[in-house]
Design a protein around this ligand. Structure first.
Ligand code: 5GP
Ligand code: MG
Length: 172
């Protein structure tokens, strides 16, 4: 495993993202919806730096059923609060092909929010297969499989404080 982003770098990127959100939303009430499970650590750090009246909810979307190979996408929105006529910020760990966030945005749009924006911790360069561009991106990263700071490989490594790339020997 090789460290890609240290705790210090993540910390300062999350702080500058929070400054940007505080600036953009001011005191407007905001509903943050985190895409489970990879974004839990990112969300926990981010929300503590935000100053507007805040509601927090989660939506479950999973496509990685077996290691690093992309499977069928399933979305479970049962744990999400009512977002009708609310400003919504959808938070996810990583924007890879973009299919996950595109589908979640489409589903949420049907529920009548006042506005919906997206924030991602990581954006993989050159992988996108969709028209959607995340509104906020903390880091651009190369096309490598990463773990840590919430991101898993077969449900492990989410508790790392930093982000690392997995070597082929780690995956074997
Ligand atoms: P997309 O639909 O954009 O291709 O994939 C987004 C989802 O796939 C992310 O929310 C994340 O759960 C998972 N994913 C994509 N790339 C990686 C990666 O490098 N590492 C991990 N752990 N998950 C990833
Ligand atoms: Mg995810």
């Amino acid at each position: 495993m090789k460290t890609l982003l240290s705790e210090t770098r993540i910390r300062s990127a999350v702080e500058s993202l929070a400054r940007q959100l505080n600036e953009d939303y001011q005191r407007r009430p905001l509903t943050i919806i985190a895409v489970m499970t990879g974004s839990i650590v990112f969300m926990a750090d981010l929300i503590r730096l935000l100053h507007m009246p805040l509601r927090v909810g989660v939506v479950q979307a999973s496509s990685y059923k077996a290691g690093t190979v992309r499977g069928k996408l399933t979305i479970n929105a049962e744990m999400m609060p009512d977002i009708r006529e609310h400003d919504v910020l959808l938070v996810d760990d990583i924007f890879d092909t973009g299919h996950t966030l595109t589908e979640v945005v489409r589903l949420m749009q049907e529920l009548g929010p006042t506005s919906i924006r997206t924030a991602v911790l990581l954006h993989k360069q050159g992988k996108q297969e969709v028209a959607l561009r995340p509104d906020y991106v903390a880091f651009e990263i190369p096309d490598e499989f990463v773990v840590g700071y919430g991101l898993d490989y077969q449900d492990e490594y989410r508790n790392l404080g930093y982000i690392a790339t997995l070597e082929p020997s780690d995956i074997a």
